[in-house]
Ligand binder design. Structure first.
Ligand code: CS2
Ligand code: MG
Length: 405
């Protein structure tokens, strides 16, 4: 058993992009790490942790992970929301990390042991036009991926979510004092996306899993139309068709098309999934350990989803730090209805700042056998890259009015 918690410190670092890390230290020197990154709002989580959570952690027993979670969730009258849940998620993962180190086993063993040998993962292919997209897909297949998310530019638009014109790696958050403004045209997208995705399917043949992200931009009717148009493409999933704040509208989409639907990267609790799961309105739950409150609540979401034959497919873009990616792979190894892990990848520098036991090979991830989560923070290196203001873009329609990014 570890001694009591003596410190909870927050490290904000920006090795190319911002990451917030919680470091919990016990009296006998065990250090657990959790990811508290919230893209574009990093400092609000850092303050929530420093000002309101850290003082409550000092003196607590780190072994009581569930009690800490309940204390920080139920014990706060103003609960839920991305800032709170990212902070609680970081505490939860750091405490699982400590428990693993204290007991000398990787966290997946504490979760019941492995139910699979390795974790299927998908990555991103992006090309401004179809030839560039096909080239990008080929490059990802050559790296061993058997599942690829395909995003292209849209004729007539200058900037499109998920794609760069230059072919350089895509990073949604831009550094600077204010968000970039993008002009978005859903009609132009709906005219083009089915053609581009059909070309991708023709190119790769039937076996490769193809995914696509509509990034919250459609009305239910538009989503139904796109879903139908994409049925011949045989997508593994179509993601975030609508903002999903109004979950009843998904009934309409579901009734109109059999395209598999994935939703939930911005959801932070099981309550936001309740209707989507219990009415079988989706096929994949996209919650991330970092944004939905940690490993403990994600197990509960997965268990609820399992009853309705819905599978877990956690979010894993570059704003989910290597700590969360590690935590997610432990969960994935031990969760029967885990389907696939998004793995957008990191720069060499980010791999150095967060040395990790998890590995990628042949389109699959594995958490490794290091006790705990198996991801550390090189604090000296991290200190060389101080926080940089950065925002996710915002989107406007052609008439200048705001729309969903
Ligand atoms: C995306 C993300 O990975 C995904 O599915 O939707 O890239 C998302 O845009 C970012 O996480 C925003 O921070
Ligand atoms: Mg997404």
């Amino acid at each position: 058993m570890a001694d009591k918690i003596i410190a909870a410190d927050v490290v904000v670092t920006s090795p190319g992009r911002n990451f917030v890390t919680l470091k919990i230290t016990t009296a006998d020197g065990v250090v657990g790490y959790g990811d508290a990154t919230l893209n574009g709002r990093e400092l609000s989580v850092a303050s929530y942790l420093r000002d309101h959570v850290a003082p409550l952690l000092v003196g607590r027993d780190p072994a009581r992970i569930e009690d800490a979670w309940q204390y920080l969730y139920r014990g706060v009258y103003w609960r839920r929301g991305p800032v709170t849940m990212a902070a609680i998620g970081a505490v939860d993962v750091a405490l699982w990390d400590i428990k693993g180190q204290v007991t000398g086993v990787p966290v997946y063993q504490l979760l019941g042991g492995s139910v699979r040998d390795r974790i299927l993962s998908y990555t991103h292919a992006t090309g401004w036009d179809v030839p560039a997209l096909l080239e990008s897909i080929d490059a990802q297949l050559a790296r061993g991926f058997q599942a690829v998310r395909a995003q292209t530019g849209v004729p007539g638009l200058d900037i499109v979510y998920g794609v760069t014109r230059s072919g350089a790696a895509y990073e949604p958050a831009g550094r600077g004092a204010a968000p970039t403004e993008e002009i978005w045209d859903t009609d132009a997208y709906l005219r083009y996306a089915p053609t581009a995705l059909a070309a991708a399917r023709d190119h790769v043949g039937p076996d490769v899993k193809l995914l696509h992200d509509a990034h919250h931009r459609l009305t239910p009717n538009q989503a139904a139309r796109l879903g139908r148009a994409l049925e011949p493409v045989d997508l593994f999933w179509l993601e975030d068709v609508t903002p999903a704040e109004n979950q009843e509208v998904l009934r309409r989409v579901r009734a109109a098309t059999t395209v598999p639907l994935a939703i939930g990267e911005v959801f932070t609790t099981v309550w936001e999934f309740q209707t989507l799961i219990t009415e079988q309105l989706i096929d994949f739950v996209r919650a991330a350990v970092s944004h939905a409150g940690g490993i403990s609540p994600l197990r509960r979401i997965a268990a609820l989803a399992d009853v309705w034959q819905i599978r877990l497919a956690p979010h894993g873009p570059s704003d989910v730090s290597p700590i969360s990616l590690g935590a997610s792979t432990h969960l994935g190894l031990a969760t029967p209805n885990f389907a696939i892990q998004e793995y957008m990848g990191y720069s060499d520098l980010v791999h150095e700042v967060f040395p990790h036991a998890w590995t990628y090979a042949d389109g699959h991830l594995h958490p490794g056998e290091q006790p705990g989560i198996g991801v550390r923070l090189d604090e000296k290196l991290a200190a060389r890259f101080p926080y940089q203001p950065a925002y996710l873009p915002v989107a406007r329609r052609r008439d200048g009015s705001m729309t969903d990014w």
